[in-house]
Design a protein around this ligand. Structure first.
Ligand code: NAG
Ligand code: NAG
Ligand code: NAG
Ligand code: NAG
Length: 482
C-alpha cells in the first residue's frame, strides 16, 4: 500500500499552485512516481484479491466470466465503502487500489476478448442458435463460443436464399448486433437446411441454373450481412446422384467464397462447413466424404438421434439419444472413430453434443436396465423430446437419475407410469467432452444453445473444456484398423 506521507505530499503538491517551474516539474514527476508505485503495488494485490473473490464467491457464470464477475463485485465494494474520512486514511488508498484494479481489469478485458480456451489452439466451440427458441441469445453465451451458426434461413424451390419472415430478419439482425458488437473473434455463420428446410436441395443441386442461383444467393447473403460463412445442412442426400451433385455444389461454392474474400481483401477465408449423419453405413453406401473434405473448413457430425420415439417400429426400441459406447445401432465412439480413421483429419471434425433428452411412454419392462421396447400404437411409439431447461417443469427430477455404465448416460425409469427417460447431464456431457479432448478432434457443436438453462450450465461445461490438451494438428490418438 502507498504510505500516508506520499498521499499527503501528492495532495499538497497538487493544491499548491504557486510553485516555480522547477518545482512543478518535480511535483509532476513525483505524482507520476506515486501513481506508478500504486500501480506496481496494487496490481499483484488486485490479482490476489480477485483470486480470493473467485474462490469464495464461486464463479456462477463460468470460467469466461471471471473478469466480469470480479469487476462487478469490486464495483460493489467500491460503491459501498463509505469514504468520509477527512484525513487520508487507509480507506482512501484501498479505494485507490480498487479503482486501479477496475481499470486494470478493464484493460485486460479490452486487450484480450473473452473466448473459450479451445480458441487458443484454433479448436472450435460451435453453437447452433435456432430462431424458434423463445430466449434470445445473450452476450454471455456468445463469449463462450468460437462459432455461432444461425438456423433457419431459408431456400426455396428456385434455389433462392432468404429470410422466411420479417420477424426472422429482425431476430437475425439483433443476434448479429449482439455478436459483432462484443466478440470480435467469434465467427457468425448461417445454416441452410435442417429437417425443416432440406426438401429442395435435391432438385436445386441437380439443376445447373438453380444451383447457380443458390450459390449466388449464399454469396450475396454473406456479403450483405457481413457474415463469416455458411453451414450446409442437407438432411440428407440420398443416393449417388444427390451426393455427386452436392459435392459439385460444395466445390463451386468454395471457389466463389475464395473469390469473395479476394474481392473484399479479407484476411481469413470465408468458412464453409457441412453437416453429416452419424452412421458408418451412410458413408459406405453414399455419403462420399472424401469427395468434399478438402473444400470444407469443418464437418459437423450429428452424433445423436441413435434412438428416439419416432414413427414406426424403429421408434419402439428404447435407448440413449447419444450413447458414448454400446448398443446395437451405433454410438458416438463408433461414429467418431470411423470418421477420424476414414478422413485422417480429426482437426476438421466437430462432434455433436445434445442439450436434450427423450422419454418413451407405454414402455414394456423387459427387465434390462436400459435396453427396453415400447408398445407401438397406431404404428407409432409414443414419447417426447425434453430440452434440458424443461426437465423439472416436465416432471423429471434430475437428482433422481440413475447411471447406465455401458452407454455412460443417465436415465430415469418410472415403472408405474411405464415411462423411461434418457438424457444428457453434467456427468455424461463431461465424459463426452473428455472423449473430444482425448481423440484430438477439432471441436464440438451444441444442438442447441436455447435448450440450456438460464445459468448456461451445459454451455459453461462444454466451453470451459481444455480441448487443446488433447494435442494438435491431425494426430490420431488411436489405432485405425481399416
Ligand atoms: C457515510 O457515513 C456517514 C457517517 O458515518 C453517514 O452519515 C452517511 O450516511 C454514510 N454514507 C453512506 C453512503 O453510507
Ligand atoms: C424454418 O424454415 C422453414 C422453411 O422455410 C419454415 O417453414 C419454418 O416455419 C421455419 N421454422 C420456424 C420455426 O421459423
Ligand atoms: C447431377 O448428378 C448426375 C449424376 O451424377 C449427373 O448426371 C448430372 O449432370 C448432375 N447435375 C448437375 C447439374 O451437375
Ligand atoms: C428431487 O430428488 C431429490 C433426491 O431424491 C429430492 O431431495 C428433491 O426433493 C426432489 N425434488 C423435487 C422437486 O421433487
Amino acid at each position: 500500500m502507498p504510505s500516508r506521507r506520499n498521499n499527503n505530499n501528492r495532495d499538497n503538491l497538487l493544491i499548491n499552485r504557486t510553485v516555480s517551474d522547477d518545482q512543478k516539474c518535480k511535483s509532476r514527476c513525483s505524482t507520476w512516481l506515486v501513481g506508478l508505485a500504486i500501480l506496481v503495488v496494487c496490481a499483484p494485490i488486485a490479482f490476489v484479491i480477485s483470486e480470493i473473490v473467485i474462490h469464495f464467491f464461486g464463479n456462477p457464470f463460468g470460467f469466461q466470466d471471471n473478469v466480469e464477475t470480479v469487476a462487478s463485485v469490486m464495483q460493489q465494494v467500491v460503491i459501498t465503502s463509505n469514504v468520509t474520512d477527512t484525513t487520508l486514511s487507509s480507506h482512501t488508498s484501498e479505494f485507490f487500489c480498487f479503482n486501479i484494479l477496475l481499470k486494470f481489469i478493464k484493460t485486460i478485458s479490452a486487450a484480450q476478448p473473452d473466448e473459450p480456451p479451445a480458441a487458443t489452439c484454433g479448436k472450435r466451440i460451435v453453437g447452433y442458435y435456432t430462431e424458434w427458441e423463445p430466449r434470445k441469445i445473450t452476450d454471455k453465451q456468445l463469449r463462450k463460443l468460437t462459432h455461432l451458426i444461425f438456423t433457419n434461413v431459408t431456400m426455396n424451390a428456385a434455389g433462392e436464399v432468404n429470410y422466411h419472415s420479417s420477424e426472422q430478419r429482425r431476430d437475425f439482425l439483433n443476434m448479429k448486433k449482439t455478436a459483432k458488437g462484443k466478440n470480435l473473434n467469434m465467427k457468425v455463420m448461417f445454416a441452410i437446411g435442417g429437417h425443416l428446410n432440406s426438401q429442395y436441395y435435391s432438385e436445386v443441386v441437380a439443376d445447373l441454373e438453380k444451383r447457380k442461383t443458390f450459390i449466388n444467393g449464399i454469396i450475396s447473403f454473406i456479403s450483405r450481412y457481413q457474415l463469416d460463412g455458411v453451414d450446409l445442412f442437407w438432411n440428407w442426400p440420398e443416393g449417388e446422384e444427390d451426393i455427386s451433385n452436392y459435392t459439385e455444389l460444395i466445390k463451386q461454392l468454395r471457389t466463389k467464397l475464395t473469390e469473395l474474400s479476394k474481392s473484399k481483401s479479407r484476411k481469413d477465408p470465408f468458412l464453409l462447413s457441412v453437416v453429416v449423419p452419424s452412421g458408418p453405413n451412410n458413408f459406405e453406401s453414399y455419403f462420399k466424404i472424401d469427395g468434399f473434405l478438402d473444400y470444407v473448413d469443418f464437418i459437423n457430425i450429428v452424433a445423436y438421434d441413435y434412438y428416439g420415439p419416432w414413427g414406426g417400429r424403429r421408434g419402439a426400441i428404447v435407448g440413449p439419444n447419444a450413447p458414448l459406447y454400446g448398443g446395437q445401432r451405433g454410438n458416438v465412439d463408433e461414429t467418431m472413430r470411423y470418421l477420424i480413421c476414414k478422413t485422417k483429419k480429426p482437426n476438421k471434425l466437430n462432434m455433436a453434443v445434445s442439450f436434450y433428452g427423450r422419454y418413451w411412454m407405454n414402455v414394456i419392462d423387459d427387465s434390462n436396465e436400459m435396453w427396453k421396447t415400447a408398445e407401438v400404437k397406431n404404428g407409432e411409439a409414443r414419447g417426447m423430446f425434453v430440452p434440458w431447461k424443461n426437465l423439472g417443469r416436465e416432471g423429471w427430477n434430475k437428482s433422481e437419475a440413475m447411471w447406465h455404465e455401458e452407454t455412460r448416460i443417465p436415465y430415469i425409469w418410472k415403472p408405474k407410469e411405464r415411462m423411461f427417460f434418457v438424457f444428457e447431464n453434467e456427468r455424461s456431457l463431461k465424459e463426452k467432452m473428455d472423449y473430444a479432448v482425448n481423440s484430438n478432434i477439432g471441436g464440438v457443436y451444441m444442438w442447441a444453445l436455447g435448450a440450456d438453462d438460464d445459468e448456461n450450465t451445459l454451455l459453461n461445461l462444454v466451453s470451459s473444456t481444455e480441448l487443446c490438451e488433447g494435442g494438435s494438428g491431425d494426430t490420431i490418438n488411436f489405432i485405425c484398423d481399416f
